[in-house]
Design a binder for this molecule. Structure first.
Ligand code: SAM
Ligand code: SF4
Length: 338
């Protein structure tokens, strides 16, 4: 399966080494979060989606090209049938030391079922997305989600020895006054918390201008109640962290809108159909499914990856305002993966 030839690492035109791959293993999900999807979504026909074996081969090729951190996402990664077979198989790269970290971003709905197995496969940290601790509001935001199930999942994950980072999208008028509560809950339970600004990705039912809450404002408000100290902690992603003196826990800010973090970008993303996106906020992509399926060796695949990395753009240019009604890119976050 692996190619005979040595393949060079991925260095983009701006000198940034690509060492972090996020793979969306499915575009499907058991939730319909209001900022992420329209309620009535059309999903990809199954034949267009890479098989688990193809995803394994693709991830392995990226690891051979220098990827050290791999995050599975979606859609909801844990609703893909037999997903554990892929995770188990990818765990072999942790054992050899080729991969430093195998992780996933999940809505937590299936965690109670999979937590122990994830740990057994070598997963040590996971991101779980929860935007509110109020079960009625949780239902309103996720449309189809059940907070109790997610909480059971989080408990199971903690018991299994997984470190948990909670992702919370800051939504104006929805959860903006619950950030302190979430912070206290996360830190009391030993979880990090990361706040995310909404990004203009894909058509949704509502107006994004109504949802967008700049994290600079959230930070200023939090600073009235807590002591925030900037810390150099990094997880390989775009979050910048502070320590909250009162709780002793960490709080991250992902600010694609108010502070562009592109200069240190080390990431690329692959969709479940094998499209490689060099930037979450741009439309340019390279099809990897054709070279993957064209031969059993990886030479064509490596060439396609090298050519694409040579086009990685400097950064994104997201705008959310009243005049910009179109999303920056037409893909939903569930296609490219968070
Ligand atoms: N289903 C999983 C979950 O919810 O964690 C993984 C995929 S989801 C697309 C990954 C992350 O993207 C979640 O934390 C979600 O809240 C976030 N997200 C989705 N749409 C977004 C948007 N338009 N702007 C900012 N974050 C978004
Ligand atoms: Fe599903 Fe995650 Fe999107 Fe919510 S944010 S609809 S859980 S993919």
């Amino acid at each position: 399966m692996t190619a005979g030839r040595q393949t060079p690492p991925m260095i983009d035109p701006f000198g940034r080494a690509v060492s972090y791959l996020r793979v969306s293993v499915t575009d499907r999900c058991d939730f319909r979060c209001v900022y992420c999807m329209a309620e009535d979504m059309t999903f990809l026909p199954k034949r267009e989606v890479l098989s688990l074996e193809e995803l394994d081969r693709l991830c392995t090729a990226f690891i051979e090209k220098g990827v050290r951190k791999l995050r599975l996402t979606g859609g909801e990664p844990l609703v893909r049938k037999n997903i554990m077979s892929l995770i188990r198989s990818l765990g072999r790269h942790l054992k050899t030391g080729a991969l430093e970290e195998l992780t996933l971003t999940t809505n937590g709905s299936q965690l109670a079922r999979y937590a122990n197995e994830l740990h057994a496969c070598g997963v040590r940290r996971i991101n779980v997305s929860i935007d509110t601790l109020d079960d009625k509001k949780f239902k309103a935001i996720t449309r189809w989600g059940d907070l109790h199930k997610v909480m059971d999942g989080i408990r199971a994950a903690k018991d299994a020895g997984l470190q948990i980072k909670v992702n919370m999208v800051a939504l104006k008028g929805v959860n903006e006054h619950e950030i302190g509560t979430m912070l206290e809950w996360c830190h009391a339970n030993g979880h990090d918390l990361t706040l995310i600004e909404t990004m203009p990705l894909g058509e949704i039912d509502g107006d994004r201008t109504d949802q967008y809450l700049p994290l600079s404002m959230v930070r200023a408000r939090l600073a009235e109640a807590y002591t925030l100290e900037d810390i150099p902690y990094k997880t390989g992603g775009p979050a910048r962290y502070v320590e909250i003196k009162e709780t002793g826990g960490r709080l991250g800010f992902i600010t694609p809108m108010t502070h562009n973090f592109c200069e240190s970008c080390n990431r690329v993303r692959v969709t479940c159909t094998g499209q490689l996106f060099m930037c979450l906020g741009q439309d340019d992509m390279a099809d990897l499914r054709a070279p993957l399926r064209a031969s059993e060796g990886n030479d064509l695949l490596y060439d396609a990856i090298d050519e694409a990395i040579g086009r990685k753009p400097k950064g994104h240019d997201f705008v959310i305002d009243r005049r910009t009604k179109q999303p920056a890119v037409s893909r939903h976050m569930s296609v490219t993966g968070g």
